[in-house]
Design a protein around this ligand. Structure first.
Ligand SMILES: [Zn+2]
Length: 670
């Protein structure tokens, strides 16, 4: 029908009917997965609605299904304070712990004069991003991220594009709905392939992708990415059971995970859990475990909350993700300090969302303990945040050709016999090459010296250091400062310009802050933070060189191990000579305090890729203003500075209720 031949009243009615029809089809398709019309029919109805809304803007509406394509990009997310604090559940890892949880609850119920035994609803705990949607009189008015539980970010425009969320409820209810946003594993692959072509950083897993997508400033990007949201909770509704609540969500047009079960007892819960341990990897989404909630709302309410979580619910976590792969070879690395590390070369395998091809085997004792052989099928897991490790061997699959790996007796670089070193009264687990002239150690030492956190000599990458060392252009760290342009110009792969650049950055490094100078020396156990602590305390390189063990260990953050290494390092005549010669080449500057103390007393953790700052730059900026940066999220962390593709630190921070901060947010604070 032609829009202009209609009276406004008829047009309006047509618009209302179209919206209702399209909403019905959305529910059939996205909630029940039972579409009744083809995509093209749906699209043509949508097209008609869009045209009518354009011709009659007075009837246009923010909650029209046509708005799901995404509005205009925004500059930044607004902070929103949640009406109800967003809790997270406590975790249990075994049936025993789960039973203890029930016992505690029953005791508490009896104290309150209730003898009724609770039943449970077991739901999937999806590894996604929590979103909180507010409906006023049945209209979606706001959607926010969980943030720190009290304050999140307004992502309403992005959520409007998500088809598993109704823009309007069938009844004029004022409720808050909680859901978990996720993206299909196959969509992760597609998006990562595209990003790889554009040389953009890849998303580590589906959770990162969901989080990164919902925090896109351009809703059109979100609309393209096929975000799914499983809704699972209503705040403000009057339901007598959790089961009823989930069913109601479905009726309201939300997508609810069909894989849920009402369980009379914890035994039923355990059965459900056991079937899902195996099934979970086949799903389109990542599953952490199950969330077990007491079904009866009256019992839930009586139990109330601990300081951190509601007592009536608990997360029953699955074991950490583990995979098997093949050990192809074991190679040996010589570190800067001469430590020999065996490295497992693996058939590349996907583990917890990223591809792993190498893992540390730590030392010979560990290889012995595992009884791991080349050719073996090994079990691999992520240790802590990132480092993959082999934790077991599938011996049933060992072939006759599997070969025992024996640690070399001599250094692969200089052929010196390897030995253990004494650490206090004990011998080290690792073997060491003790040859102070070992080329591999020299090269590692040189790479450490020029690294960003050290002297920061740009343009002298690992390959160039190796080349220069191999052809005898550089020997020790001092020799870097003796390099001349004519030494480099004309070498294979180097022209006048690149030679110039290298000399320029070497010269630029001739003035250096004390902490970076100390770090660059590569003294064992003296990392970035320790170097800072020592530099701050002594403020002078000569004082550090002559400090006693007692003086050194009196510094906050300097333990016996570090103290002993420092004393031994500077007492060594060769090292003393090297430092003397180095000090003729470089000038140590004392960092001027040009910053503020606006961040003093605050601890930050940095994760992901920030829009403009590198992680080191962000760290420098925070420290300049008196803040501290630590490497892992704990209860002491005040802020998580998070960028694109943030890793598990983000979820750690969310679990601990740490405030998530963007680069923009950080800059606002200083
Ligand atoms: Zn060696």
């Amino acid at each position: 029908m032609k829009a202009d031949s209609n009276t406004p009243k008829r047009v309006h009615q047509r618009i209302v009917d179209l919206r209702k029809l399209l909403e019905g089809h959305r529910i059939l398709y996205h909630v029940y997965d039972t579409p009744e019309v083809s995509d093209t029919v749906y699209d043509s109805l949508m097209k008609e609605l869009a045209e009518l809304e354009q011709a009659y803007p007075e009837y246009d509406s923010q909650v029209s299904p046509t708005k799901r394509v995404g509005g205009d990009p925004i500059d930044a997310f607004q902070k929103v304070t949640h009406d109800i604090k967003q809790w997270s559940f406590d975790n249990v890892f075994s049936f025993d712990e789960l039973t203890e949880w029930e016992d505690r609850n029953i005791t508490l119920l009896i104290k309150n004069g209730i003898t009724e035994k609770p039943s449970y609803v077991a739901e999937m705990k999806i590894d996604g991003l929590k979103v909180i949607m507010t409906y006023v009189d049945g209209v979606l008015t706001r959607a926010a991220t969980r943030g720190n539980g009290e304050v999140g970010e307004d992502i309403t425009e992005n959520i409007r594009t998500v088809k598993s969320i109704p823009l309007v409820l069938p009844q004029p209810l004022t409720i808050t709905v909680i859901g978990e946003a996720w993206i299909k594993k196959k969509d992760l692959d597609i998006i990562n392939n595209e990003r790889a072509k554009e040389e953009l950083p890849l998303y580590a897993n589906t959770r990162n992708l969901a989080a990164g997508t919902l925090r896109q400033l351009d809703p059109k990007v979100v609309a393209r990415r096929n975000i799914q949201i499983y809704s699972y909770d209503i705040e403000g509704g009057a339901f007598t059971t959790q089961e009823e609540e989930l069913n109601a969500l479905e009726k309201f047009g939300f997508l609810v995970n069909p894989d849920r079960k009402v369980c009379k007892t914890l035994k039923d819960v355990q059965q459900f859990y056991d079937t899902w341990i195996d099934k979970r990897s086949e799903q389109d989404y990542g599953i952490d475990g199950l969330v077990i909630k007491i079904n009866e709302r009256n019992l839930w309410d009586v139990l109330g909350y601990t300081a951190k979580s509601p007592r009536g619910g608990i997360a029953y976590k699955f074991p950490a993700e583990e995979v098997t792969t093949k050990l192809v070879a074991v190679t040996v690395q010589v570190g800067r300090t001469g430590a020999i590390t065996p490295v497992a070369e693996l058939t590349p395998v996907l583990l917890a969302g990223s591809t792993v091809a190498r893992a540390t085997l730590h030392n010979a004792d560990e290889i012995e303990r595992l009884d791991v052989r080349v050719g073996d099928t090994v079990m691999l897991r992520k240790a802590g945040d990132v480092i993959p490790e082999i934790f077991d061997v599938v011996k049933e699959l060992r072939s006759k050709t599997a070969k025992k790996f024996t640690m070399p007796t001599h250094c692969p670089s200089c052929a010196t016999e390897l030995s253990r070193v004494s650490i206090g009264k004990e011998l080290s687990a690792a073997l060491y090459c003790r040859n102070s002239e070992c080329p591999a150690q020299h090269i590692e030492g040189l790479i450490h010296f020029v690294s960003k956190k050290g002297m920061n000599i740009e343009g002298l990458g690992e390959k160039i250091i190796e080349t220069f060392h191999d052809i005898g252009l550089i020997s020790d760290v001092v020799s870097i400062y003796h390099l001349k342009k004519s030494d480099i110009d004309g070498l294979e792969g180097f022209g006048e310009k690149s030679a110039d650049n290298i000399i320029t950055s070497i010269n630029a490094s001739r003035t250096v802050p004390l902490n970076r100078f100390l770090y660059s020396l590569g003294i064992r156990h003296v990392g970035e933070q320790t170097a800072k602590d020592i530099a701050k305390h002594f403020g002078d390189i000569q004082k550090i060189r002559t400090a006693t063990f007692e003086e050194l260990t009196s510094v906050d953050g300097v333990g016996d191990k570090v103290g002993a290494e420092l004393v031994a390092f500077f007492a060594n005549a060769k090292n003393a000579n090297l430092v003397d010669r180095l000090l003729k080449e470089v000038t140590i500057i004392h960092e001027q305090k040009v910053g503020s103390s606006k961040l003093s007393g605050l601890t930050f953790v940095i994760t992901g890729t920030l829009p403009t700052l590198s992680r080191d730059e962000a760290k420098e900026l925070i420290e300049k203003h008196g803040g501290k940066v630590s490497s892992s999220v704990s209860a002491k962390t005040n802020y998580l500075l998070a960028g694109e593709s943030a890793g598990s630190k983000l979820s750690d921070a969310q679990k601990l209720g740490v405030t998530i901060l963007s680069e923009e947010g950080l800059k606002d604070m200083i």
